[in-house]
Design a protein around this ligand. Structure first.
Ligand SMILES: Nc1ncnc2c1ncn2[C@@H]1O[C@H](COP(=O)(O)OP(=O)(O)OP(=O)(O)O)[C@@H](O)[C@H]1O
Ligand SMILES: [Mg+2]
Length: 271
């Protein structure tokens, strides 16, 4: 067991569009990897290929030496449970309380009848409370999820992912609909889990500043291809210009100045 996630030459087309184009990546356990790139670059498709929400046209995805693209039935369901997925839109049941939403993360472990009845063990409840505690949400445990702030809801989604006991956490623009203060708390939560549990995190981000602040490794995509793979330090302005193109670069700078920079209190680096 190594926990290595290896993509080799992964390609996926949708009609004429090559959403992911011959992508090869080797991700070691415990890495915090940020995927950046313009809209349509292939970031979401990449995550979906990893957890098999979609299948590649060609190439291979393997984890711990097991070919993920060949998994079927029970083994495929187990793999999806091993990859927790966090989405921009939280994916909680608004009318249910926070604790129940977290416990829903355990349902994959249950048989059909017990799932229907939503019966959980004491141990599972304890696990859910502990996950909520790590994200500072115990006081909200019995509140309806729909009444929480966006940032709190996303932290509930992270707690729900945690009780799944995943081997890897995939997050698709988890902070895209949050204000800067909430975005920071959500990113801090992901980082804390990564550091304390050594859980691999692969997160799509649309602000470079956030990627720089949190990620050990940044992968930049453009038109389905990996254009850059390195540390924040190695990601120079020239590389950023290549990835986003000149128009994108200006647009991008503006977006960063008006949002993330305020949250982090950091001055935006690229001139
Ligand atoms: N199910 C699909 N059917 C058809 N085309 C798709 C599908 N999913 C993705 N695409 C196309 O593949 C390309 C990559 O899309 P993807 O959603 O992966 O980009 P992204 O980098 O996540 O963009 P964004 O930042 O806007 O979320 C786009 O051109 C998109 O239109
Ligand atoms: Mg996307």
């Amino acid at each position: 067991m190594t926990g290595n996630l290896i993509l080799s030459n992964v390609t996926r087309q949708f009609g004429e569009t090559t959403a992911v184009d011959r992508v090869s990546l080797s991700i070691q356990p415990g890495q915090f990897v940020g995927v950046i790139g313009r809209s349509g670059a292939g970031k979401s498709t990449l995550l979906r290929l990893i957890n098999r929400l979609i299948d590649p046209g060609s190439g291979s995805v393997s984890f711990d030496g097991v070919e993920v693209t060949a998994l079927k039935g029970k083994a495929l369901r187990a793999w999806r449970r091993d990859c927790a997925m966090i989405f921009q839109q939280f994916n909680l049941v608004d009318r249910l309380d926070v604790l129940t939403n977290v416990l829903i993360g355990r349902l994959a472990e249950h048989g059909f009848l017990s799932s229907m009845a939503m019966r959980f063990t004491e141990e599972e409840r304890a696990m859910a409370i502990q996950a909520l505690d790590r994200l500072d949400l115990v006081p909200q445990a019995l509140q309806r999820a729909g009444t929480l702030s966006g940032g709190q809801q996303q932290r509930v989604a992270i707690a729900k992912a945690l009780v799944q006991q995943p081997k890897i956490m995939l997050a698709d623009e988890p902070i895209a609909s949050l204000d800067p203060a909430n975005a920071t708390r959500v990113m801090d939560g992901l980082k804390q889990i990564n550091t304390e549990d050594g859980l691999t995190v692969l997160v799509n981000l649309h602000t470079l500043d956030t990627a720089r602040a949190y990620c050990d490794r940044i992968v930049a995509m453009r038109a389905g291809r990996v254009m850059f793979d390195g540390t924040a330090h190695q990601l120079t302005d020239d590389v950023v210009r290549d990835i986003y193109g000149l128009d994108g670069f200006a647009e991008f700078n503006e977006a960063v100045t008006s949002t993330t920079a305020r949250a982090t209190g950091r001055v935006n680096e690229p001139a």
